[in-house]
Write a protein that binds this ligand. Structure first.
Ligand SMILES: *Cc1c(COP(=O)(O)O)cnc(C)c1O
Length: 358
């Protein structure tokens, strides 16, 4: 069976060697030596100042919202994974959906100002499929209205914009290191920020809000373990090679798929270098999407509807902000299988089935 993704695993001996020390020290979690080593290596790789390794990409968003003390309303994108919206709801803040651009599928910065009210405290946008939001325009709006900016950078690991990591923008950027992402630590994620005091606050939130026996603020448990950090330390030196191979596979799809009927989100953005996190295609209609999915399923190939539904249509919301572009894109967006050891012969087979069904 060929799934939309398959987790990369390093040689088992290497992982075993990394975790051997844990049996000697019995230091399993709570800011252990491998967690700190991984944080240092990630800071160097990404070129960022403050980075905290956490349990997952969802709690990364939640503690970011908490640490920035965001209230009222947060302007956000409807085209992302549900965690972008649920992290806002979980912190008792109202998500206000602003529609997306028809080419990048990122939040349309030109529509943000008209959605700002006296309750707006922040903008939380996703760099969807690793493509950067219009960070310059969003920064200007944020300064003008004194809003905070959080970027959900769950898809951005290894992607750069004008020579900087896409994760370097915003007051806070978060990433997910879940097993399905380009770089993973089984479960995991991080919070990145420029401000040192904010980084301190985030680290207190990560660890129950205590210093020794002094429980001076309400925190949560967002710490990650030595076992997860060890997986990260094994995978990080391989991430450039992983991205290179994903590029080869993506270019094969580019060459084989029938572009008279399919579309792709814009990749040719000035200054942007992609990390090949996904291989999304836009079908001509939802009906075609279902037909293609069915045809692939017959061959034991499982694509995924990244990202469906449009988040403004989540069933547990008690209001509706129309987002026609996002709703249309969500109905037609399909991510094809893409992972490090996906055989190019299988790419040919997948492309053949897709083209034949269009
Ligand atoms: C994967 C993902 C998340 C959640 O990350 P976890 O580590 O699984 O909690 C959040 N936002 C987006 C856009 C994602 O793709």
């Amino acid at each position: 069976m060929i799934n939309v993704t398959k987790s990369f695993l390093p040689p088992i001996e290497e992982y075993q060697a990394k975790i051997k020390g844990i049996w000697e020290s019995a230091w399993l979690t709570n800011n252990g030596p491998m967690v700190r080593e991984l944080e240092e290596e990630l800071k160097t790789y990404l070129g960022v100042k403050n980075l905290l390794y956490v349990t997952n990409g969802t709690i990364a968003l939640q503690i970011a919202i908490k640490a920035l003390n965001l209230k009222g309303e947060i302007i956000t994108t409807p085209f992302s994974y549900c965690a972008t919206t649920t992290s806002i709801l979980w912190e008792n803040v109202k998500p206000v959906f602003v529609d997306i651009e028809a080419d990048t599928y990122n939040i349309d910065a030109n529509l943000i100002e008209q959605a700002i009210t006296d309750k707006t405290s922040a903008i939380l946008a996703t760099h969807v499929y690793g493509r950067p939001c219009d960070v310059e325009k969003i920064e200007k709006i944020a300064q003008k209205y004194k809003l905070k900016v959080i970027y959900d950078g769950a898809h951005c690991f290894g992607a750069t914009y004008h020579g900087q990591s896409v994760l370097a923008f915003g007051d806070v950027a978060t990433c997910s290191f879940h097993a399905t992402k380009v770089f993973h630590t089984v479960e995991g994620g991080c919070v990145i920020c420029k401000d040192d005091d904010l980084a301190k606050t985030l680290s207190h939130y990560r660890s129950f809000g205590h210093k020794n026996d002094d429980y001076f603020m309400m925190g949560i448990n967002a710490k990650n373990s030595e076992f997860h950090a060890a997986m990260g330390l094994c995978n990080l030196p391989r991430v450039n090679e992983i991205i290179r191979q994903r590029k080869v596979i993506s270019e094969k799809y580019d060459a084989l798929l029938d572009w008279s009927k399919l579309k792709q989100p814009k990749q040719d953005i000035a200054g942007f270098v992609y990390n090949y996190a996904y291989y999304p295609v836009m079908l001509p209609s939802e009906e075609k999407l279902l037909e293609v999915t069915e045809a692939l399923k017959k061959e034991d190939i499982v694509p995924r509807r990244y990202f469906y539904p449009s988040l403004n249509q989540l069933p547990y919301l008690d209001f509706y902000n129309p987002c026609p572009v996002s709703e249309k894109m969500s109905a037609a967006a399909l991510s094809l299988p893409l992972y490090y050891d996906l055989d190019l012969k299988d790419v040919e087979r997948i492309a053949r089935v897709v083209n034949a069904t269009l």
